[in-house]
Design a protein around this ligand. Structure first.
Ligand SMILES: Cc1cc2nc3c(=O)[nH]c(=O)nc-3n(C[C@H](O)[C@H](O)[C@H](O)COP(=O)(O)OP(=O)(O)OC[C@H]3O[C@@H](n4cnc5c(N)ncnc54)[C@H](O)[C@@H]3O)c2cc1C
Length: 466
């Protein structure tokens, strides 16, 4: 299986070893004993043996922060459970192990005319990680989050039993977005999206500033299955929030040129060599990123329709460069993502202005309009605006600056995304996630000894009773 080749600092085939573990942002490494079960009984044994500091499941380590880490305890690497059990190619349903990556699913399913129902900006995430973070994609406004397409999963809980958990039950809703804290998802049944081709038909347009961008997204998103905007957070003055929108859908067969129609469902993403393991810090300067952003904006067409793009280029451009997270140097980077509801556009404007004024060298900033919220108690999306940006962790004063943004987000009734977080203050969590008490109560019953615990759970006091 292609594991994406990037699980940070973790040996692939070791049964149990103490190593340094980080998230994708590489900001807060901690040491843990890593166990990689290959069978369900081995997974049960791993939970039983995880010791006084507990354990946390881990997929491909694409959460940016400390969600899949457990300092001084056990990390249970689920990628060894990697079988695809059943593909129902008529109904469009797959039953697979939770350690299977979305990349692998695409390799197997695309030739059969099916695509994953939701994909994040990287296909190197596992099905278990997708459920645990209840991930969203560019189609959230149409399709909701990942768990909406999961009919059932098997969950290995703290007492060592395996439960079948069906959509609509409280345990399902606690696990979808529950960041691995209810147990280990072992298998899942996922409904798929039918496609005629592996190409995307993409419309691109430029927006002159943030208000223009929001107006275009509001007026046009309903016409597209997928929609996202890259936003230039270094632009200032009248250009603050200028952006390039890309929206599209799976290309129908008759949109392909004759040559491409011979193998319309082929999936061959290209990969470049990885950057060196140790790049100097400070590579991403304001000037460099400012130049990049300027070029990116200028080279985008003012308006173009129906461009055919490969799936990998449209959904996962960064996956073409393994270990691209190294460009931020040893200090790593923070990914900050929040959502504020419709009607809170002023809060979004203020935050964008503050980030622009602060001159954060962010070249990976995206704005998206979410659709309906999902039932997961700690699921991140809610109807409104979500902004995600990367910031080098070493930026002076970053901690205090982001704390202020958190307060602005919380005051607007919004929340930050736990799968990206490594630094939120615990006192804001309950305001951001109103079902936190339900989650804590369920966990207190399901896992009274606190077997499942992570650095994120300790930092944010998930284990505290309400
Ligand atoms: C380049 C990039 C782009 C991204 N874009 C998006 C995006 O567009 N939308 C989005 O929503 N997210 C996005 N993400 C975040 C990513 O989708 C999530 O963090 C996802 O959870 C990572 O899955 P993973 O398999 O790597 O899990 P890990 O990072 O290893 O773990 C993440 C969480 O899942 C839990 N977990 C993992 N496996 C299991 C299991 N089998 N059972 C129970 N819990 C488990 C862990 O305990 C942890 O809490 C992006 C990340 C990157 C690096």
């Amino acid at each position: 299986m292609d594991r994406g080749d990037t699980v940070a600092d973790m040996p692939a085939e070791t049964a149990s070893e103490t190593v340094s573990v980080t998230g994708w942002g590489r900001t807060a490494p901690t040491s843990a004993r890593v166990i990689r079960p290959r069978t369900y009984p081995e997974a049960v044994a791993a939970v039983r043996d995880c010791g006084a500091r507990g354990g946390i499941p881990r997929g491909l380590g694409r959460a940016y922060g400390d969600a899949a880490q457990n300092a001084g305890g056990t990390v249970i690497d689920v990628t060894g459970l990697d079988r695809i059990h059943v593909v129902d190619a008529d109904a469009g349903v797959v039953l697979c192990d939770a350690g299977v990556s979305l990349h692998r699913l695409m390799e197997v399913l695309l030739p059969l005319g099916w695509f994953v129902p939701v994909t994040p900006g990287t296909r190197y995430v596992t099905v278990g990680g997708a459920i645990a973070a209840d991930i969203h994609g560019k189609n959230h406004h149409v399709s909701g989050s990942f768990a909406r397409h999961v009919t059932a999963f098997e969950l290995l809980t703290a007492d060592g039993t395996v439960r079948t958990v069906r959509q609509g039950s409280p345990l399902f809703d606690a696990t979808a977005g529950g960041m691995g804290l209810t147990g280990i998802v072992l298998t899942a049944t996922v409904r798929l999206q039918p496609v005629e081709t592996s190409l995307m038909s993409v419309d691109t347009e430029r927006a002159a500033d943030l208000d223009d961008l929001m107006a275009r997204l509001t007026a046009g998103d309903h016409r597209y299955r997928y929609s996202v905007a890259w936003i230039d957070l270094l632009a200032r003055g009248a250009a603050t929030g200028r952006a390039v929108l890309t929206r599209g859908d799976h290309a129908p067969l008759d949109a392909l040129p004759a040559r491409a129609r011979r193998s319309p469902l082929s999936f061959r993403p290209s990969r470049l060599p990885a950057p060196p393991a140790f790049l100097p810090d400070g590579l991403l300067t304001r000037t460099g990123v400012g130049l990049f952003n300027e070029l990116w904006y200028r080279r985008a067409p003012r308006a173009r329709t129906g461009e055919l793009q490969r799936l990998s280029a449209f959904f996962h451009p960064l996956d073409g460069v393994p270990h691209w997270n190294r460009v931020y140097g040893r200090g790593g980077f923070v990914q900050y993502q929040f959502v504020v509801g419709h009607g809170q556009e002023d809060a979004l404007r203020r935050i964008v202005q503050r980030v622009s004024a602060r001159r954060c060298p962010s070249f990976l900033a995206v704005l998206k309009r979410f659709g309906e919220a999902d039932p997961g108690w700690l699921s991140f999306p809610r109807p409104g605006w979500t902004l995600a940006l990367d910031i080098p962790a070493g930026l002076p004063g970053l901690g205090g600056f982001l704390d202020e943004l958190d307060e602005e987000v919380a005051a607007a009734g919004g929340r930050v995304y736990l799968a990206k977080d490594s630094r939120l203050r615990p006192d804001l969590l309950a305001a951001m996630y109103p079902r936190l008490d339900d989650f804590r109560a369920l966990r207190a019953e399901l896992d009274p000894r606190g077997v499942f615990v992570s650095d994120l759970a300790r930092r944010l006091n998930f284990q505290e009773p309400a």
